[in-house]
Design a protein around this ligand. Structure first.
Ligand SMILES: *[C@@H]1O[C@H](CO)[C@@H](O)[C@H](O)[C@H]1NC(C)=O
Ligand SMILES: *[C@@H]1O[C@H](CO)[C@@H](O)[C@H](O)[C@H]1NC(C)=O
Ligand SMILES: *[C@@H]1O[C@H](CO)[C@@H](O)[C@H](O)[C@H]1NC(C)=O
Ligand SMILES: *[C@@H]1O[C@H](CO)[C@@H](O)[C@H](O)[C@H]1NC(C)=O
Length: 274
């Protein structure tokens, strides 16, 4: 199933940017473990807002460009509204703890591949990057009471997030799917969209309904294959092909350019048919 050639590598390199943070700020540097919801006497007070924005649109050099690819970052804003006090907001997102590139490309040490692709939740106070950032979607999908909100964190978000280093959930950018129609998944992806959909499922389990016409859409990056088979690790020849493949990818995505320059190069090549 390995993809070969510079063309495919460039397309993949561009795809690597899915769900990446908008800047180089360290992982969850202003994060908190959970929102401090105020008491609401079990009257639903927390709007659960599905937010989506074109990737990197907070970077003025990139702006809305990735909208044309249909590539979006997705998260949830939890906004608590109580009578007589201004709304309080928190942003919840699932992301790769290192960054998408580091989570998708292993380090190569002595012909060994060292992966670092933990995917974890991050809660930041306020609306991350501001309300104006979320141009694709800003939609209240359900409401929770403070008690339900705390319970989703206690029962689901925090236990999942406490998973040890290199334990699940692990970031997986690509969905490997069959070429046939309809497609079936050979290898599922795991990205920011899953974090949103898991949270909404748990909210539903606690009795918070989603709109009947609600369908959750998130960006998928497909690699199509006829079939997949495990690499034979005891075969030096097969293994060295795998390592060479990742070396080639690294050369494509880590050239001697700033992040924005790299994106612009990839963008230009993509538009001109690569
Ligand atoms: C989840 O775990 C990460 C990594 O340990 C941590 O930085 C983050 O703040 C945690 N998130 C929550 C919501 O507790
Ligand atoms: C929370 O977001 C709303 C907009 O949805 C805004 O009116 C309000 O000021 C925000 N509250 C805080 C404390 O940022
Ligand atoms: C894996 O490779 C080794 C070494 O070349 C070979 O002996 C073995 O039969 C291979 N296993 C399979 C399942 O192909
Ligand atoms: C990287 O950039 C520097 C400064 O622009 C230049 O001197 C150097 O040759 C470049 N290296 C490669 C491999 O392009």
């Amino acid at each position: 199933m390995l993809y070969r050639g510079a063309m495919a590598r460039r397309a993949i390199a561009l795809a690597l940017l899915v769900c990446a943070g908008a800047d180089a700020a360290p992982w969850c540097s202003t994060g908190m473990s959970q929102p401090d919801f105020a008491e609401d006497s079990d009257q639903p007070s927390i709007d659960v807002i599905l937010v989506q924005a074109p990737l990197f649109s907070s970077d003025p050099k990139i702006g809305q460009k990735l909208r044309w690819f249909g590539m979006f970052h997705t998260a949830l804003v939890l906004s608590q509204q109580l009578p007589g006090v201004p709304p309080q907001n928190w942003t919840l997102e699932l992301a790769a703890v290192t960054n998408v590139i580091a989570s998708t490309l292993p380090r190569i040490v002595d012909e060994d591949l060292i992966w670092d692709n933990d995917a974890r939740y991050c809660v930041t106070p306020g609306i991350l990057w501001g309300r104006e950032h979320w141009t694709q979607s800003y939609e209240v999908v359900t409401r929770l009471t403070a008690r339900q909100g705390r319970k989703v964190f206690a029962d689901f978000v925090l236990p999942l997030n406490a998973s040890g280093h290199k334990r699940r959930p692990l970031y997986q950018l690509w969905r490997v799917a069959s070429r046939s129609d309809p497609k079936t998944d050979f290898i599922k992806d795991l990205t920011c969209g899953d974090g949103v959909s898991w949270f909404l499922k748990h909210a539903q389990l606690l009795g918070a309904p989603l709109p009947s016409d609600f369908t959750f859409k998130s960006t998928k990056v497909d690699i199509l294959a006829d079939r997949i088979k495990p690499v034979n690790r005891s075969s030096p020849d097969e293994w060295s092909q795998v390592v060479d493949y990742f070396r080639g990818m690294q050369q494509e995505v880590q050239p001697n350019q700033t992040f924005v320059e790299r994106l612009e190069t990839l963008w230009g090549r993509y538009r001109s048919g690569i």
